[in-house]
Ligand binder design. Sequence first.
Ligand SMILES: Nc1nc2c(ncn2[C@@H]2O[C@H](COP(=O)(O)OP(=O)(O)OP(=O)(O)O)[C@@H](O)[C@H]2O)c(=O)[nH]1
Ligand SMILES: [Mg+2]
Length: 289
Amino acid sequence: MTIQWFPGHMAKARRQVTEKLKLVDIIFELVDARLPLSSRNPMIDQVIQQKPRLIILNKMDMADEVETKKWIRYFEDQGTRAVAINSLEGRGLQLVTKASKEILEDKWNRMIAKGIKPRAIRAMIVGIPNVGKSTLINRLSKKSLAKTGNMPGVTKAQQWIKVGKEIELLDTPGILWPKFEDPETGLKLAVTGAIKDSVIQMQELAIYSLRFLEERYPERMMERYGIDHVDEEIVNTFDHIGKKRGCFDQHGDIDYETTAEIVVRDIRNQYLGKVTFDYRDEMIEKEEA
Ligand SMILES: Nc1nc2c(ncn2[C@@H]2O[C@H](COP(=O)(O)OP(=O)(O)OP(=O)(O)O)[C@@H](O)[C@H]2O)c(=O)[nH]1
Ligand SMILES: [Mg+2]
């Protein structure tokens, strides 16, 4: 699937993040735990430069737990701290505070040694659309007693949210668009809801999803649809699922578009369980090749 964002849009978003960079001590890079690599903005390193960073794998409740652990290790092996959380239910939030303090410990100690009074850590969330930035901000702000007012020396309109005593979070996240030359990345982003359905070819997405399930989770596919493989003639598979789920048009034929929508919706609604689309071992192999 090839989807193009407007380059102007992307440049503007990038500029907004760059402008706020100097206000914060640390970046919370939010990624989708179901696709920890594919949901990153490929320019992220250039955008945030040397700023300390914590990678937050959000929506961990929807992802394959074994893979999530592997991905955390992958990022940490690369020298970047990473934690997994569920913003919707507020799970793992204390890890964010703990990791942030550890990442900035040296810097804080240096400040204290110079006689500078320690202050709260200032952070900004960045991430692609729909990754859960607003949910995390709301979750963190609910825990806090009050929003802090404008801070002297920074943009007047800038609002900060107090997270416990130790962190202050910028109330507006930075949106970084995903960009992808690899069509599979587009499909992964589409199936997890990072791309508007109006620009998605639903049947193509359903075919990708079924092939993925066949490869990774055939037993769950069996349970849901009564098949453990995708037919070489893809229409046969659509016919089977369509019939099972009663997707007929007014002539009594299988409605392929509705069948496709059902498959994609089933995955998004977790009827096929916790699913990770970025497989670490496979992606590292690809990277190394
Ligand atoms: N299951 C689950 N759903 C989540 C989690 N975090 C966010 N969501 C859902 O993901 C969807 C998108 O969340 P938002 O917080 O609006 O995402 P966003 O990054 O602010 O999106 P934009 O503002 O469009 O850039 C919502 O339906 C949330 O309920 C999570 O940890 N687990
Ligand atoms: Mg939002």
